[in-house]
Design a protein around this ligand. Sequence first.
Ligand SMILES: [Zn+2]
Length: 379
Amino acid sequence: MSLEQRKGTQASGPTNGNSVASSPSQAQVSENRLRLNPNFGHKPESYDDLRLDFSPLLFSSLERYLPPTMLPLPRDTKIQFMRDILLRYFPDGERTRVQRHREYRQKIISNYQPLYKEIYTMHARNFFVPSFLKAIDGNTKDSFRSIMAEPSPGVYTFEMFQPRFCELLLDEVENFERWVHETNFRIMRPNTMNKYGAVLDDFGLETMLEKLMNDFISPISKIFFPEVGGSTLDSHHGFVVEYGIDRDVELGFHVDDSEVTLNVCLGKQFSGGELFFRGVRCDKHVNTDSQSEEVLDYFHVPGHAVLHHGRHRHGARATTSGCRVNLLLWCRSSVFRELKKYQKEFSGWCGECKREKKERQRLSIDATKQELLNGKFAS
Ligand SMILES: [Zn+2]
């Protein structure tokens, strides 16, 4: 079974670089060489009124370096020329992408009218069931354990949201989708594997979800996922996915672009759609077989959460009737990602790395035993 990594489409996640502008011919380059020193006597044009992929200020500053023959040319020609240069210096398009995404989000937030303002700020008593709040208040391994089941190692399930909150969030998402449809707004879907669904962070829920991660998921992750950055979560990607006959039907086997994933079913009526899990793996072992204790099929219950390591291989079976909507919160740790770069050989959290290590230990013990035995009989 080959496995995909489901990546987010938001600005902070890793994606492929944007395309690089075609480079001008050699003759053009030498003819249109930038000046070595800026021309302070020249008053640059203003680029503030344009939607460009670099800051308007950058264009104004760069204009002072343009070859004198270019200065009287139309603004569009100068933009084209400067943009080609800038793109060569930002080949991964990272800054462009972040800037564009910021503008995209701003455009939605200034035009979309929320239906229920009360879900845009954290109201813990209205959102969560009392048992969940009590466990968070307790803030100990025992208090969390008291509300959790662990049907397979590293997969934790518990009741989390009140039915009323699920309803409001479902309505809000529907209202947003309606707005998208009516205004013909081109939205970005939440990740590379879902054609339906919406990024909650993009239409105003970012602050609330940030609080959800910091105050409610981090305390749990600190205790149950310390080896994968669970105690240093510092960014998130929050979205909903929609399954059904006229939505996405199923989701292939994959790992998430997260350290810790929270997945809560919001409703509505549906059958099928089980989550299947097949064990946590590092990059090197992502396509290896599962051990029997790693095989789990989980049936969604509205309001109930599943919390797992992002590298826990999983997928969703077909939702055979009705409509299923789930909230996903991908929690990330920049500290863990930085450390991981230097730790290539062995990952304590990977099921296969652990199995290999045990196997090596067993072999070495056997070898030692054999040596001892041989020595005994030899003497
Ligand atoms: Zn491994």
